[in-house]
Each structure stands twice: as C-alpha cells, then as structure tokens.
Design a binder for this molecule. Structure first.
Ligand code: ADP
Length: 450
C-alpha cells in the first residue's frame, strides 16, 4: 500500500476501525503548520497540504499536484545564490531515495518572498517509491539564534578584557622578579591564575564560536604544502607534550630504516584556521593522555583528499559519547574527565573551521584505548598548487587582495632551519621525502590506526 492510499482508503474502507484513523491522518495534515508534500519516484507531487501551499505561495493544491517538486520548491543559499537542480541536496536525496534533514536553505515563494526553512526528506519504500518532504519555516528560530549570538558575543567580549587583566596581575604576583609572596599564598594564587586562564579561554572560545556562526569571520584560503605546515604547528607544542611525559612522532613510520617519512601534499587552507584546529586537537590529545602515553601526527595524500591524523594512546571515548563530541558545549562526564578542565567548545570550533575550509573532521576511538581525530581536506595536484601560488603572487604584486602565505606564518622554535616552502614538485601525486623524525616512531594504537 502506498502512502496515498491512506487518504483514498477513507472512501472505500469499512467504517470501523480503519476509517477514523485515516480521516484523522488527513485532518492532522490539513491542520499542522509544517508543510508536507508527497512525491512519487519521479519527484512528481502527489499530495501537498495547506501549510505547504501557503509556504510556497502556489495558491492551491491543484496548482502543485502533478508537477515536479523542483518547480514548486525553489531555494537560495544564505548568500542569496539560487540553488541549481544539480546542486540541490533535496533533489539528490529524492533521486537516491535517501533520508535528509537540512536547515541551510532559503525557500523562495512564487511571489519572490524568502524564508529560511528546515527541510526533511523521508523515503517510504525502495528506489522509485514515494517520499515525504516536510518544510518548516524557521524564521523565528533564526531570529532567536541571532539574538542569542549577539548577546553571547557582546557578553564574552566585555568579560574577556577584565579577565585578561586579572590573569596578568596574578602572573605578576607569581613572578619572583615582580613580587614576594609566601608559599601558602603562592598555592592559592596558582589556583586563581589557572582558573582565570580557563575563564579567559572560555570567553575566547565563545567569541570565536559566535564569529563564525554569524558569518563575521572571513576565510582566507591559501595554497600550502600541508605536511610542512602541520609539522611546524605541532612542533610548537613539543614542550607541552614533553612536560606531560608523552612520546611524540610525526610522519609515517617506515619499518625499513626506522625513520619516519613525510609525504608532501597540497591543499588550499586558511592557515590561521588550520593552526587553530591542529592546536586544539593536540591540546586535547595532551590533556586526555596520561603520562607515559604517546601522540602521533601524520599527513598523507589519499586520492583527491589530504588526510591529517592526530592520534593518542589516551583515555579514549565511548561510542555513546563519540556521537556527540563535536556538539557545542558537549563534555564527556566520567571519573577521568571530571578532573580535567575544559569548555566543550574546542571540537565544535574545530568542526566549524574545518567545514569552512571545505573539509570534514571525524574521530575514531574506543574507551580506554586512545583516539584518532581525522581531518580530510580537498587535495590539490602539484601543478594546481603551483598555479594557485602564481595567481596569489601576481595578486600580491599588483597590490590586490593580500592573502597570507604559509611562509609568512610565525614559525615556532625548532622549525626555523627548514623552509616552509616545499621543493617545487614535478608531478602529482606528490613525491615522498624521507625526513628524520625528532622522536622514535610511535606505532599508532591498534584500535584507531585504520
Ligand atoms: P573540552 O574543552 O572539554 O576538551 P572539546 O570540545 O575539545 O571540549 O572536547 C569535547 C569532549 O571530547 C571532551 O570533554 C573530552 O571528553 C572528549 N575528547 C576530546 N578529545 C579527546 C581525546 N583526544 N581523548 C579523549 N577524549 C577526548
């Protein structure tokens, strides 16, 4: 039985008990404020409820029934650009008979009015079968989210300044060159200093979150050699890794000669975003790995993607928590994490920034057995990388939009001897260059090295 049969059944079905139920379904569809459309396997509208008629501005159900859903549901993206059929995720889901839930589209009515909507697609059978499409007006939700963002942004901005001052003065009080304190006071001040730092980080994270959420933070994409950049970022954290008593290695362990190898791979990234993302993942790896453990970072080309992994042998994450860790303010609550400070915003920021660069991020882990965080970015061939570098150089020479180059990014201690610019590549995929590792290679934990 198709979905539509439920509506027609009313006329033919025996009155009790089927009829009251089918009638009820129709009443519900006619009275709810959510737009509902039923399409057949060819995306032709079979049924449209009054809310969807109102929302699309098509005038009456008869004007929509028997038409392709693409002619009734027209969308723009948040930048006001028309969503063409070829890139329409709703049509793609219908064509592939897949479920979908999105909140990024703006519905354009027949009269040209625009409203942000949440759309779901639910297939009701196999390929070629009917699907239900729901459309919900989220104008009010968007306004509320905007007001919330504005408040968080203003509040965190205002509070960050006094907290920075408290942190600075506590730092001065703890510095033997600027103040004299007894041992008991030192203990209290150290606690206060650590807490003010935590508070400062929380406000900064909140501010960063709202900036990207409301589109204020601009993305500056620059062609880079990813391995060199990531290695320079990681080396900035080597002192913190050593201070925690952890081993560290970079590159692919090469069993033949006992050294790690680094593969050159190219991508367009926002250097500041990538720096922030890798630092965040590393800080977590350090935080959630007990002394004696190990951290391994690698960058490799994987078909048309560049894959970065930050792997640790730490406390790991249960499957239940793993589903939620990229959500805003989500913190794992167990006896091990309770002692460790955090805001629950770090991975949310990581996801936001990776996606802003056109990449994806995910984690693989099992509780008690380490974690691997992966970042996948669209890969450039060596030729495309050179071409984009040339365009960038020309723009800079003409005094046009100045974009940051990797070489100009601050280089942490220990990397100065090595140029941030890769050797000009001659072919794609990029050559593999052996590089001696700073530390003995660490074999990634079994459960995560997939
Ligand atoms: P937090 O500030 O709490 O570290 P994040 O958003 O960075 O916030 O991380 C969310 C949660 O994911 C953390 O509370 C922690 O429980 C878990 N987590 C993140 N990274 C790791 C890791 N490398 N190992 C184990 N757990 C991790």
């Amino acid at each position: 039985m198709g979905i539509l049969d439920i509506f027609h059944k009313q006329e033919t079905a025996q009155p009790v008990p089927a009829a009251p139920q089918t009638g009820l379904a129709e009443k519900v569809l006619n009275s709810i404020t959510e737009g509902v459309l039923i399409v057949d396997g060819k995306n032709i509208i079979q049924m449209i409820n009054p809310a969807a008629v109102l929302m699309t501005g098509c005038g009456a159900a008869e004007n929509a029934v028997s038409l392709d859903i693409g002619t009734i549901l027209k969308f723009e993206n948040s930048q006001g650009m028309k969503i063409e059929d070829a890139s329409n995720l709703i049509l793609a889901a219908l064509n592939k008979n897949e479920a979908l839930s999105i909140r990024e589209y703006i519905l354009v009515t027949a009269q040209g009015q625009k409203k942000p909507v949440a759309v779901t697609v639910t297939p009701m059978g196999g390929l070629g079968g009917e699907s239900i499409v729901t459309v919900r007006d989220i104008t009010k939700e968007r306004e509320e989210e905007g007001a919330q963002m504005e408040f968080i942004s203003t509040a965190s901005h205002e509070m960050r300044t006094p907290v920075a001052s408290i942190e600075g003065y506590l730092g001065l009080a703890l510095n033997p060159q600027t103040a004299t304190i007894d041992d008991r006071a030192r203990k209290y001040l150290e606690e206060a200093h650590a807490s003010s730092k935590h508070l400062g980080k929380l406000f900064q994270d909140l501010l960063d979150t709202t900036k990207l959420d409301d589109g204020k933070l601009k993305v500056h994409m620059t062609p880079v050699e990813v391995s060199t950049l990531v290695r320079s970022i990681v080396e900035g954290q080597v002192p913190a890794i050593a201070a925690k008593g952890l081993q560290y290695s970079f590159g692919s362990p090469d069993s033949r000669n006992g050294i790690n190898i680094e593969q050159l791979s190219y991508a367009s990234v926002d250097v500041d975003f990538l720096r922030e993302v890798v630092n965040n993942l590393l800080e977590n790896a350090i935080k959630y790995t007990p002394a004696g453990g190990a951290i391994w970072v690698n960058v490799r080309g994987d078909g048309d993607r560049v894959l970065i992994n930050v792997t640790d042998s730490g406390i790991g994450i249960s499957p239940e928590d793993l589903k939620h860790i990229f959500q805003k303010f989500y913190r794992v609550d167990n006896s091990q994490t309770r002692e460790i400070g955090g805001t629950g915003l770090g991975l949310y920021l990581v996801k936001q920034r990776v996606e802003a660069m056109g990449g994806t991020v995910w984690a693989e882990s099992s509780f008690g057995d380490g974690s691997t965080f992966y970042i996948s970015l669209p890969r450039l061939t060596a030729e495309e990388y050179e071409r984009r570098k040339q365009i960038q150089a020309n723009q800079e020479a003409m005094g046009g939009a100045v974009v940051r180059a990797v070489g100009s990014a601050p280089s942490p201690a220990g990397t100065q001897g090595r140029s941030a610019e890769p050797t000009p590549p001659t072919m794609a995929p990029a050559p593999v260059a052996p590089v001696a590792s700073a530390a003995p290679p660490v074999v990634p934990p079994n459960n995560v090295a997939k």
